[in-house]
Write a new protein. Structure first.
Length: 250
């Protein structure tokens, strides 16, 4: 377990995951602007991975729609904390420049009302899928980063087109679209290693609450707008409230 950064999550902070935004769909640009506007009062907004359907290094910033996302991120008044998922693990300085802070590659420990909570994207919990773990390691390797960062623009655009074709995407998910196979035993181990009593992840797209050893609890968020518990809000006393990110009142 790497030495994870610690982030204070004061009352009003919000955690969401798995938005899978696609720059080629103008409606997603608008959706993201409206979302950040809706959450403008949150002192900290955590996006727990797969913000984007795919993100292919610095040249992504030149692909359709990307500038609109980056501008919305820059305009957000609170602190935006970003943990990449498997879809956007190849993001880098181009995103950090808009965030104004480092990307938290391996997750972080959030402080909620004095408690230590572990926040991860959740794909690292799929330990039974060794082929996936190999791909994950490759995507996170320096070689892959070098390759993607140095590909000519037309190759990046071609790659993006192919990735896009292979992901039958919509921000509205069917429950069966979730990426599953997260291991509770490994979740328990990681929590103990990080001295955390609670764990929050995304990636599986469907809300779940699981009791682990010694009173520890593990939560999986619904993918953004895919269910009634797609957001964790920190309540006035520092407690966790699970509910819809976009309430019908706005
Ligand atoms: Mn994911």
């Amino acid at each position: 377990m790497p030495n994870l950064p610690v982030v204070e999550l004061p009352p009003g902070s919000v955690v969401i995951a798995d938005l899978h935004l696609d720059g080629e769909l103008p409606v997603h640009g608008q959706l993201f602007e409206e979302l950040l506007d809706h959450l403008a009062d949150a002192p900290v907004l955590v996006i727990l991975g797969d913000l984007f359907e795919y993100w292919l290094g610095p040249k992504q910033a030149q692909l359709p729609g990307a500038q609109r996302f980056l501008a919305a991120i820059r305009a957000f008044p609170g602190r935006l904390v970003f943990v990449p998922g498997n879809r956007d693990v190849l993001c880098g300085r181009e995103l950090e420049a808009s965030l104004g802070s480092p990307i938290l590659m391996d997750g972080f420990v959030g402080m909620l009302g004095g408690e230590r909570w572990l926040f991860l994207h959740g794909d690292e919990l799929c330990i039974a899928d060794t082929a996936y773990l190999r791909l994950r390691r490759a995507l996170r390797s320096r070689t892959m980063r070098f390759l993607v960062y140095n590909l000519p623009g037309f190759v990046t655009r071609g790659l993006a087109k192919r990735l896009r074709r292979h992901s039958s995407h919509s921000v509205q998910y069917k429950k069966t679209d979730g990426e599953t196979g997260q291991d509770p035993g490994f979740a328990d181990t990681l929590m103990s290693a990080a001295s955390c009593v609670r764990l929050v992840v995304g990636h599986a797209h469907t809300f779940r609450e699981t009791e682990l050893s010694k009173g520890k609890k593990w939560y999986v968020l619904d993918a953004f707008r895919a269910g009634p518990k797609d957001a964790l809000r920190v309540g006035p006393e520092g407690g966790a409230e699970w509910g819809p990110c976009l309430t019908p009142t706005k």
